[in-house]
Design a protein around this ligand. Structure first.
Ligand code: UD1
Length: 360
């Protein structure tokens, strides 16, 4: 089949790394990078470290409000899809690039495969929730990471084309953790010892775009035990600068602010942290897979199994709740939740089966 894969930002480069090379063994793939993330440390480093095939098309949409950014993507994708005439469009996750890819595919009547379908936070104030739901309802092939995701789809009346395949990010993490431990010198660079620091990431619009919540995040970072390693996403950096909070964090000797780090450094820092504090979806899973307690800086999560198993605690931006969570002993058990590193294989099997059905 002719397949167009649409990626555009950091977590999608990781997920596509589990699928693209394998997909190309049986199908022609055109990899399209929307340009939602464009800085070297948000984009190029992931292609290099994960040996993701070079993008065949770069749309270069850059930053803008969600509707404008999505609109620009749609306009460019319309042309790409008209030229490529794909038999399948693949999208990943829940970002503006996901929605644009799904909508553009559906509009030219190309079937859409959504990897990480069915995730729900049930929080409609998150732009990602809108992106997820709309992408799922535009998709023909719904490739779910978990049973919960398939159940969520059923409750919205989606039953055809749903397959539980495991999680593509888990594949990459399991493969790359030994490589990260060997190659990364991030702990040395940050001056931290294994098991004796907290890793923090935060970039959700709901946490960083509102100055009061951004202030609460900074209060929380100052309240938790140091050292704290905090690679700062560009959105967060811009909001901290605008609120005059960067200098306050920089003045705190226990908090090490840095630019966003590449995949191998992130995995090395995550694997050896005492705990991870984050509002990222991906990092909640990665913490679980690495056996590191996660403290999620949100009041909802799509990755409910990590909470039910006792490895993840939702604290929103409460410093007291974060401190209490840090005191808790990690559970003894850590059941297999995300497919054990075989999601890429299963995704490609489902795509092969879909190709057979269409040609038969
Ligand atoms: C997006 C996704 C989010 C995902 C995250 C991963 C949406 C709605 N959100 O959020 O679900 O978890 O990516 O990182 O799609 N910027 C740069 N350089 C870059 C990229 C962005 O400076 O390479 C700046 C932009 O100027 C903008 C801000 O970061 O001000 C936000 O970027 P954007 O891609 O719109 O959303 P994210 O917050 O990254």
């Amino acid at each position: 089949m002719r397949v167009v894969t649409v990626v555009g930002n950091r977590p999608q480069f990781v997920k596509a790394a589990a699928v693209s090379r394998r997909l190309r063994e049986h199908h022609d793939e055109l990899l399209v990078h929307t340009g939602q993330h464009y800085d070297d440390d948000m984009s190029r480093v992931f292609f290099e470290e994960l040996a993701l095939p070079r993008a065949d098309r770069e749309l270069g949409v850059g930053s803008a409000s969600a509707p404008v950014q999505t609109g620009r993507m749609l306009e460019s994708l319309d042309q790409v899809l008209a030229d490529a005439r794909p038999d399948l469009v693949i999208v990943y996750g829940d970002t503006n690039s996901t929605l644009a890819g799904a909508l553009a595919g559906a509009q030219v009547r190309a079937p859409v495969a959504h990897v990480e379908a069915g995730m729900r936070s049930f929080d409609w104030s998150m732009p990602e929730e809108l992106n997820r739901v709309l992408a799922d309802h535009a998709s023909a092939l719904l490739l779910c990471s978990t049973e919960t995701a398939a159940r969520n789809l059923r409750s919205e009346g989606i039953t055809a084309g749903v397959h539980i395949v495991g999680d593509a990010m888990a594949d990459v993490l399991l493969e790359m953790t030994p490589v990260a431990k060997e190659r990364s010198n991030a702990l040395k660079r940050e001056g931290v010892e294994p098991g004796r620091y907290l890793l923090v990431t935060a970039h959700r619009a709901g946490n960083v775009d509102d100055p009061a919540r951004l202030g609460a995040l900074v209060d929380l970072l100052e309240a938790v035990p140091s050292p704290v390693v905090f690679p700062v996403h560009p959105r967060t950096r811009a909001r901290l600068d605008a609120a005059g909070l960067t200098a306050r964090l920089e003045a705190n000797k226990g908090i090490r602010l840095s630019s966003p780090v590449g995949y191998l450094d992130l995995v090395a820092l995550a694997a050896s942290a005492r705990a991870i504090l984050t509002d990222s979806g991906g990092l909640q899973k990665e913490a679980y897979l690495l056996g590191v307690p996660c403290i999620t800086l949100r009041d909802t999560t799509e990755w409910v199994e990590t909470v039910e198993s006792g490895w993840n605690t939702l604290v929103d931006l409460s410093a007291d709740a974060a401190l209490a969570a840090l005191e808790r002993e990690p559970p003894a058990e850590r059941p297999e939740l995300y497919g054990g590193g075989h999601a890429g294989e299963r995704i490609c099997e489902e795509i092969d089966a879909f190709a057979c059905e269409r040609s038969g």
